[in-house]
Design a protein. Structure first.
Length: 142
């Protein structure tokens, strides 16, 4: 998976934060307006969205003369893929996983344990141990 540049990340953050999965997406103008503090030209935002579409990060549909954009995957799925890609950088995947597991907080470790238990078929849903956190299920990573 390709890493995102600063502007690409800002555009994806707009899409992830403002486009529900059931939405038809947003236009270039709507993304540009959401990036109001950056003073970007409309064409710059259009070019970034076009490149993100080419990378498979966004899906787009024609609406009249304009395109509507939405994320191809959730933020969480993107981050998970980045983590998997990092494991492929070389060396021992096992050693990297152990090092990672030793570096997480207690709460994060509980989330990992619950997810691994659910993956092993020990439970259907993963309860998020963070106080008041929602239950996690397979739909969380899409």
């Amino acid at each position: 998976m390709t890493r995102l540049g600063d502007l690409e990340r800002a555009v994806m953050d707009v899409l992830w934060d403002s486009v529900p999965a059931t939405s038809d997406g947003v236009t270039v103008r709507e993304v540009a307006d959401a990036l109001d503090g950056r003073e970007l030209a409309y064409t710059t935002v259009m070019t970034v969205l076009d490149r993100l579409a080419g990378k498979g990060m966004v899906q787009r549909e024609r609406e009249g003369r304009a395109w509507r954009y939405r994320p191809a995957a959730t933020r969480e799925a993107h981050i998970a893929q980045l983590m998997l890609d990092a494991l492929d950088l070389g060396g021992s995947r096992d050693a990297a996983l152990v090092r990672f597991a030793r570096s997480v907080t207690g709460t994060e470790a509980e989330v990992l344990r619950a997810a691994l238990s659910a993956e092993a078929g020990l439970s259907d849903r993963v309860e998020d141990p963070r106080a008041g956190g929602p239950a996690l299920d397979e739909a969380t990573d899409r």
